[in-house]
Design a protein around this ligand. Structure first.
Ligand code: HEM
Length: 171
């Protein structure tokens, strides 16, 4: 089964067709998607700006991540589910859209940056996390890179809607 037949199968499901044909479902789901991604990017920016030393300087990194990240993960789950529903409604069109493909690549890079930070940098956060001037350079770089990647995800996400060209063989 090649990618195009997989996309066509996804787009042919009754759920995908219900979203595609309804005048209200797609805008409501996209509204939920926008709300969720605002929480994802907004909460991640709080931690990243602390790592860079621009904001929340009085707060320890451990305390900030403990308070903020549960909200980030919950919002990410909603963003991924709502995004998946939007995607399946026009899977062939989105699957061939440069900005949609680019957004997924950027999402993976943002995820990898988070994993590298957690595994390599955050392991001795108790030593450096309480005051901004002890933040090590790798943590600042991880914070700055994360901010740039998430801004790029949002920009690519926004550009999807401006660059949609129905693909031949799409239902
Ligand atoms: C937390 C991660 C994500 C972020 C930050 C994000 C960001 C965005 C943004 C900014 C838009 C434009 C919304 C608008 O202004 O109308 C968008 C639209 C969209 N996203 Fe996401 N997204 C995320 C995850 C996903 C995932 C995992 C998928 C699918 C697997 C997805 C699929 C879509 C689709 C299909 C659209 C609609 C494009 C359109 O027709 O306008 N998104 N996303």
């Amino acid at each position: 089964m090649n990618v195009d037949s997989l996309l066509r199968a996804l787009e042919g499901t009754s759920l995908a067709q219900a979203i595609a044909e309804s005048e209200t479902l797609f805008p409501w789901i996209e509204g939920l998607h926008v709300l969720a991604i605002t929480l994802v990017v907004g909460s991640i920016a709080i931690v990243d700006l602390r790592l860079i030393g621009f904001a929340s300087r009085a707060h320890a990194v451990t305390r900030l991540t403990k308070d903020v990240l549960p909200c980030t993960w919950a919002a990410f789950l909603v963003a991924a589910l709502s995004g998946g529903l939007l995607f399946m409604s026009k899977a062939m069109t989105y699957g061939h859209n440069f900005y949609f493909q680019g957004k997924l690549v950027l999402l993976v890079l943002a995820g990898m940056n988070m994993v590298v930070f957690q595994v390599l940098v955050n392991r001795d956060v108790e030593r450096w996390g309480s005051t901004p001037h002890t933040t090590p350079l790798p943590a600042k770089v991880a914070g700055a890179l994360s901010l740039c990647l998430w801004v790029a995800v949002v920009a690519f996400g926004r550009w999807i809607g401006f660059t949609l060209h129905p693909t031949l063989g799409a239902s």
